[in-house]
Write a protein that binds this ligand. Sequence first.
Ligand code: MLT
Length: 269
Amino acid sequence: MRAQVNDFYMAYDDSGKGIPLLLIHGYPLNRKLWEPQVAGLADITRVIAPDLRGHGDTQPIPGPFSPPEPYTMDLLASDCAALLNVIEIQEPVVVCGLSMGGYIALAFFRNYPHRVAALILTATRATADTPEAQENREKAVKKVTEEGVGAVIDEMLPKLLSPSTYSNQPILVQLVNDIMQNTSVNGMIGDLLGMKARPDSTPMLSEINKPTLLLHGMDDQIISLQDMESMREAIPNARFQVIPSAGHLLNLEQPDLFNQAVRNFIQTL
Ligand code: MLT
């Protein structure tokens, strides 16, 4: 499905019945990340999974070439809120974001707290980029500009999954590669500049007054256990579950465990 949202056509999946569950993908991915959740959770929720601007099947409105611009976390959160408006979901939703999707979920809570029923923060962190991380974003922008998206994907692919996934699930490794290839140059640069500029959400964590579930892959090479622990300590009554034999893309690597954790959480709402 595709809907006109802000200044582009946003592709999204919308299936199932129940409390709406908004699934926000990470960088440089798209809604295919959430296929096991769309298939496995639609019996208890209405699963909404968009492709963010610049990603997957989302398309710009035809017109003159637009140069890359930062996709701030606020901008990406506003796109998600606009999609909910277009598909006429006014009731509060469960917002689930993975990694950059988690940064966006926090921006969504900051800007639209009344639209949030609960949060699921997956493989993410509340802090802003360190100066070193900001420098790496600039290097990645240069790389994608000069060499294309494939060069950045080649660097990222070995970091996204658990070592056990690389040896046991070669088809999944290929799928992740294929998902990332469907990101535009502008999309990748937009994400990188937006993440580089994102604010520190740590001071807001104590104000999160919605049920919150934190999910982390035990072998995550990008987000540390400490990043997640810090959020658990700061968010009132947050639940925290670590999923074994999973890395940064735990929902794809261990879909049954991930879906069960989400299902258990949603049933308490
Ligand atoms: C993501 O998976 O969304 C990114 O790796 C997050 C980041 O680079 O900070």
